[in-house]
Design a protein around this ligand. Structure first.
Ligand SMILES: O=C(O)CCC(=O)C(=O)O
Ligand SMILES: [Fe+2]
Length: 349
């Protein structure tokens, strides 16, 4: 329940915080039941809207529907794939680098890190939904070899994120062309993509975490069994850890595009990933994110009130991820214009 944040990571059901005896602030996120949303239960839909206008971040219980249980099984298959994939020599992974924000491999250090002057400490492999649907020859060989697994994971992620979109349209009282689904139509060009992230143990202080940001797109479906993710909590007015709940849950967050498309009624949550046990990443960390994004030609107002297309916002924000912290701090882009709403500037480190 939202309210006072828990200042301890002790919870027998879930993994303990990696530093023994350390008291940490945990974000008080609500849990929404996917099975109830699929049934369009009115109370659950109201609870969903509540979470999206206050925190923009919540747990989704996946144990109460066939689709949820299947994606939990697929998640384990993807984690096995990721351990093998990222374990390959750097040169082999670089063969999948397509210099793209939406497809293929991205090496460590492409973007700024969580502390001033540092670079990021994570590598990713991206599989766009469009290429998966058209069975593109450009997909990485390892993905082609596991086609059924990737197809299942992406189509279930799409079903779940679209269920959330429809429920939010209902809750916001949107009708006809104003409904959020109308900006996410099948067959339209979009940057919707699956991103597999690996944070390796770091040998250097120059590469740290995943810098503070709000997500670019509409809805993010995120799986991680390990500590490291923090959200900027309006309850504590500070960073709070998201307690990993590997048994049966994903976390969901609202991205900039959905916030803008909702006339800024929804809250796009500021978050980052830091090494949980001090200054450096000590163990391999894996996470999986499905980024539902609007049609590239969808138009909305950015934080400065300027009309932009979803494609422009996407491409501009990715360029900003690579800028030095001084440039990032001058622009509302990285944080989706949320800092004035949060009432203060969130310091990088
Ligand atoms: O690795 C994580 O847990 C979160 C990653 C994330 O926030 C992102 O890629 O946008
Ligand atoms: Fe994110």
């Amino acid at each position: 329940m939202p309210g006072s944040p828990i200042r301890s990571a002790r919870n027998a059901a879930f993994p303990a915080f990696p530093v023994k005896g350390e008291e940490v602030t945990i974000a008080p996120l609500v849990t929404i039941d996917l099975g109830q949303l699929i049934k369009r239960d009115g109370a659950e839909i109201a609870k969903l809207l509540g979470a999206c206008v206050t925190h923009g971040f919540f747990y989704l219980d996946l144990q109460t529907s066939d689709q949820g249980r299947q994606i939990l099984a697929d998640e384990q298959g993807l984690l096995r794939f990721m351990r093998e994939y990222f374990d390959q020599p750097h040169e082999v992974k670089m063969l999948d680098d397509r210099q793209s924000f939406t497809h293929g491999f991205k090496p460590i250090g492409t973007f700024s890190g969580t502390e001033t002057g540092t670079k990021d400490c994570y590598e990713t492999l991206k599989v766009s939904r469009a290429e998966m649907v058209e069975n593109s020859s450009k997909l990485p060989e390892g993905v082609k070899a596991k086609e059924a697994l990737f197809e299942s994971f992406i189509s279930l992620s799409h079903f779940i994120t679209h269920t959330l979109l429809e429920c939010l349209s209902d809750a916001l009282g949107l009708t006809d062309r104003a409904r959020l689904e109308q900006f996410h139509r099948e067959g339209e060009d979009t940057n919707t993509t699956l991103v597999m992230l690996h944070y390796p143990p770091s040998a250097s202080d120059l590469h740290v975490g995943h810098n503070k940001h709000t997500d670019i797109g509409s809805i993010t479906l995120l799986f991680s069994e390990q500590w490291g993710l923090q959200v900027w909590s309006p309850d504590t007015d500070g960073w709070a850890f998201v307690q990993p709940r590997p048994r049966g849950h994903a976390t969901i967050n609202v991205g900039d595009s959905l916030r803008f498309l909702s006339g800024k009624r929804l809250f796009s949550c500021l978050h980052r990933v830091i090494p949980p046990a001090g200054g450096r990443q000590e163990e391999d960390r894996y996470s999986i994110a499905y980024f539902l994004r609007p049609e590239n030609n969808a138009v909305y107002e950015d934080p400065d009130g300027k009309k932009v297309t979803a494609r422009q916002w996407h491409d501009g924000k990715y360029v900003m991820f690579g800028e030095p912290h001084t440039r990032q701090d001058e622009s509302p882009m990285l944080t989706g214009g949320m800092e004035p709403i949060l009432g203060r500037r969130v310091q990088v480190a």
